[in-house]
Design a protein around this ligand. Structure first.
Ligand SMILES: *Cc1c(COP(=O)(O)O)cnc(C)c1O
Length: 429
């Protein structure tokens, strides 16, 4: 028995499903999860001494690669002063200033401890600000695991076998309206049905929790216009796209400006950090400036802030990182597209910059319904093949492949070679 298998056997006795977040269990794949010992740059090592090139990147935070020396140093230095004070610190001011001074649509920002918290709080702020209750979300978009948003939620929920979630009272989701991604008429219709009761529209500007689904031309601008027409708050959930597509995220990448944004993942560089921010007028509704209550014992934690700020500074000071990972995205995902075409393979490849997904379906994937046509068994087979050849992919059809600045062209060429061999072997059967 491998160390990973041993650990998993122990884990399932004491941790539900053996993991602290569902997708880690490899449930969709039917394998034992690899337990990780450490990671450096693009490489990750398991407890059995196997090495993989990692395309999970801790689900996004590791845009510079694992264990970046400058970030590690910043964390160690911060630790020397103590781990938490529950009081205001200078670094929180620095973090807020650093972001607000560089991203014009973020006039004020509040730190929290996860993406889930960021979204939950942004929704509350939007409701407090507008005095309205209803929200519109899109099928297949994931916004964390808070009650109101666990409706057609994508990510781990897609493969867990539970349609949505037990334990969420109907009362908590009765004000959540469900629209179709990339379909503005579905949003328009909900606005009309709701009789001007919509507080907010929340969207992943690039859907990256049902695989990767780019916004169609005009979709994000259409949401902007609908929100303006109906006095609703437009929230971009940039927990994945923020600081990834560009420093100013999908808003900057697509040139559509939301009222509120939520951050997570990259903003903490691997530490548990989330944030929400945007228009001053809305953010001033948040306590203690305003009546919308939101708090956190460990929010703005000094060690977490040190990690996040170190990463954001590197990203800001080296904009060529974005050019490089964009080009790597082109090389990898367009390379896969070419292989599919040359081999008459009907599978779909979707990508935006450094995020991409190979869908095992012949249907064009533009929304949740088309994403769900993917053959998850075929994906599992592919996943195992790649893992056995040293490539660490997200263990689910409905997750993105994350590139980092640490990935080399050689590593990408290696993935392409494996994909080509795999597709050819399959075609030959
Ligand atoms: C990961 C994710 C979240 C939730 O963040 P957690 O830190 O896991 O709570 C919310 N929204 C999106 C788009 C995400 O990808």
């Amino acid at each position: 028995m491998s160390r990973s298998e041993e650990l998993f056997k122990r884990a399932v006795k004491r941790i539900p499903g053996g993991v602290n977040s569902p997708v880690r269990a490899y449930g969709a794949i039917g394998e034992t999860p690899r337990f990780i010992q450490g990671a450096v740059g693009s490489k990750i090592f398991d407890v059995d001494g196997n090495q993989y090139t990692d395309y999970i990147g801790s689900w996004g935070p590791m845009i510079l690669g694992h264990n970046h020396p400058a970030i590690r140093e910043a964390v160690i230095r911060a630790c020397e002063n103590g781990l938490s004070f529950g009081c205001a610190t200078e670094r929180e001011v620095e973090m807020a200033e650093f972001i607000c001074e560089r991203i014009p649509h973020v006039e004020m920002i509040r730190m929290v401890n996860s993406g889930t918290e960021a979204v939950m709080s942004a929704i509350r702020a939007a409701r407090g600000y507008t005095g309205k209750d209803k929200i519109i979300k899109f099928a297949g978009c994931y916004h964390g695991h808070s009650d109101a948003l666990l409706v057609s939620a994508g990510s781990g929920v897609m493969t867990s076998g539970i349609p949505d979630s037990a334990g969420v009272p109907k009362a908590c989701t009765q004000d959540t309206m469900l629209a179709v991604y990339n379909d503005l008429s579905s949003v328009q219709q909900l606005f009309e049905e709701s009789k001007e009761q919509v507080a907010a529209v929340i969207v992943e500007p690039v859907a990256a929790n049902m695989g990767v689904v780019p916004p169609a031309d005009g979709f994000l601008q259409g949401l902007r216009d609908l929100c303006d027409a109906h006095h609703a708050v437009l929230i971009f959930d940039e927990v994945i796209t923020g600081f990834r597509l560009k420093f100013d995220g999908a808003a900057g990448f697509f040139g559509v400006i939301p009222d509120l944004v939520t951050y997570g993942k990259i903003i903490g560089a691997g530490m548990p950090v989330g944030a929400y921010g945007g228009k001053r007028e809305i953010m001033e509704c948040v306590a203690p400036a305003g009546p919308v209550y939101q708090a956190g014992t460990l929010s703005g934690n000094p060690v977490a802030m040190a990690a996040g700020l170190a990463q954001l500074k590197i990203l800001w000071e080296n904009p060529d990182i974005y050019t490089r990972i964009y080009q790597k995205g082109e090389m990898l995902f367009e390379g896969i597209r070419k292989i599919l075409v040359e081999n008459n393979c009907p599978y779909q490849i979707n990508h935006v910059a450094s995020l991409g997904c190979l869908f095992f379906t012949k249907e064009k994937v533009t929304d949740y319904a088309s994403a769900k046509t993917a053959d998850t068994k075929a994906f599992s087979e592919y996943f195992k093949y790649m893992l056995n050849h040293g490539i660490h992919l997200a263990p689910s059809q409905f997750e993105a492949m994350f590139l980092s600045d640490a990935h080399t062209e050689e590593e990408i060429a290696c993935v392409l070679e494996l994909v080509e061999t795999y597709i050819k072997e399959k075609a030959g059967r």
